[in-house]
Write a protein that binds this ligand. Structure first.
Ligand SMILES: Cc1cc2nc3c(=O)[nH]c(=O)nc-3n(C[C@H](O)[C@H](O)[C@H](O)COP(=O)(O)OP(=O)(O)OC[C@H]3O[C@@H](n4cnc5c(N)ncnc54)[C@H](O)[C@@H]3O)c2cc1C
Length: 427
């Protein structure tokens, strides 16, 4: 395996389950369906197709789960990057509810697959999610609770501050909203588990196989790497924020925006001086922290976005500062690894799913909310290809809008800074 095809250093890479390595493509092969990109968008589509009796060939430039899918916070929850209120403004309540319910199904599908395919390394923790309120605004928390219950049937428990502070040993949070729907897991081992399930079912997975050229016109499409070619009837492009210039039209429709995470050393009993319980936790700011205790008593902590790259100097220290701002009692804890990864952000913050031309599909644009939504688009794609199902058109209002190139990307950073400033102003 070349250096380019190794995982970046992260907690997940250090604890990757053994096995699930795949060969590079060599020579000419044929496939009914060829998928480009071995993140969870591509892998989930492949598994949904395999579960419908279709065999696929999947090409990954580096390793399965090398991109955002194998480096993220590991929160699996319903919903999209785009907030539900603003979604209602665009497509109305009924459509929003339909899409939201599909993300709930998708989240359950991910959880079920972990059991069905025996992916022990995915280490799911079914302890629900806690949203800690950063400001003393109990009415705001209750308003959100009522909105989610009335419009979407989501039952949040309202936690008064004493209860929140009994779980999160900090004065930073006031009230909280808890829901037992959702779980957290080891996303890289899940991605590797999906790839193993694919191969066990007779599909082909190739790693260290960057696609360099796509010939997509005509009934037989050709997907080429430096060392081989796959001729396929159907192609799915799912390269996330790492698409480069492979398909310029897809590249122009997303901004690659980085976010960052770190893992502490194992804390043993000391973990309980900060966090009691196994919930996935985030807070109510725009520029929020997201974190969770890991099964080995480390804390995995994520925060921030930036357009300046996934490998920023000082990432570990920046994240440590965010953790210590909430839990000053952890000031001397050692940070073992810190890393970043690119998400793919469309201007409308909704997944982009559709056909570029007959037989050529794409799935991208999950932003910071990809663990459930990649399973959703996988199902919609597979049922469209295998069964002619047109539910994927539910996402048609969210097309391949141009993001404005470098100007649009710079604008995204300015908007982020503005919201950071507003968070700061509001305390
Ligand atoms: C630090 C971080 C924290 C996050 N936290 C969460 C979270 O807690 N919950 C959540 O739901 N979401 C989270 N996200 C977002 C989530 O990880 C993404 O939305 C999701 O993984 C996107 O999946 P993808 O398959 O589209 O992209 P990726 O996982 O990035 O996969 C794209 C793949 O395509 C491959 N590729 C690119 N070009 C080629 C080519 N030419 N040939 C072959 N292969 C190619 C790449 O190598 C890559 O492996 C987080 C993201 C990051 C970075």
């Amino acid at each position: 395996m070349t250096d380019a095809a190794r995982h970046i250093d992260s907690y997940y890479a250090r604890t990757a389950a053994p096995g699930s390595d795949h060969p590079a493509l060599a020579g000419r092969q044929e496939a009914e369906i060829c998928i480009v990109g071995g993140g969870l968008a591509g892998l989930s589509a492949a598994l949904s197709l395999a579960e419908r009796g279709r065999k696929v060939a999947l090409l990954e430039a580096r390793r399965v789960g090398w991109g955002a899918s194998g480096r993220n916070g590991g929160f699996v929850s319903p919903g999209f990057s785009r907030g539900l209120e603003s979604l209602i403004n665009v497509i109305g309540l009924d459509r929003t509810r339909e899409l939201f319910d599909l993300t709930r199904d998708a989240m359950r599908l991910v959880r079920a697959r972990i059991d069905r395919y025996g992916m022990a390394g995915a280490s799911p923790v079914d302890s629900g999610m806690l949203l800690g309120w950063w400001r003393d605004e109990p009415e705001e928390a209750k308003k959100y609770q009522a909105f989610m219950a009335e419009k979407f049937g989501v039952e949040y428990e309202y936690w008064p501050r004493e209860r929140v502070r009994a779980v999160c040993i900090t004065q930073r949070y006031y009230d909280g909203l808890f829901r037992d729907e959702g779980f957290h897991f080891h996303p890289l081992n899940y991605a590797r588990g999906v790839s193993a399930a694919l191969v066990a079912g007779g599909s082909r997975v190739f790693e260290a196989s960057p696609v360099t050229d796509l010939a997509l016109d005509g009934p037989v499409k050709r997907v080429r790497t430096a060392a081989g070619e796959i001729a396929a009837d159907t192609v799915i492009v799912a390269c996330g924020g790492y698409i480069g210039n492979l398909v310029p039209r897809l590249r122009r429709a997303i901004k690659p925006i980085a976010t960052y995470a770190m893992a502490t050393e194992p804390l043993g009993e000391r973990l309980k001086t900060a966090i009691r319980g196994n919930h996935a936790i985030h807070d109510s700011r725009f520029d929020f922290d997201y974190y969770r205790p890991l099964p080995d008593t480390r804390i995995l902590w994520g925060h921030g976005i930036s357009v300046f790259g996934e490998n920023l100097q000082g990432t570990a220290e920046t994240l440590r500062r965010h953790m210590v701002a909430v839990y000053p009692q952890l000031a001397d804890v050692k940070i073992e690894t810190a890393w970043g990864g690119y998400m793919s952000y469309p201007t409308h913050k909704m997944p982009q799913l559709g056909q570029l031309q007959p037989g050529v599909w794409y799935a991208q644009g999950y932003g910071g909310h990809g663990m459930g939504t990649t399973a959703l688009t996988g199902e919609l794609l597979a049922s469209a290809i295998a069964e002619g199902d047109r539910r994927y058109e539910l996402l048609a209002p969210f097309g391949l809008n141009w993001t404005g190139g470098p100007v649009g990307t710079a604008y995204a950073q300015l908007v982020y800074w503005r919201y950071q400033f507003l968070d700061w102003l509001r305390g």
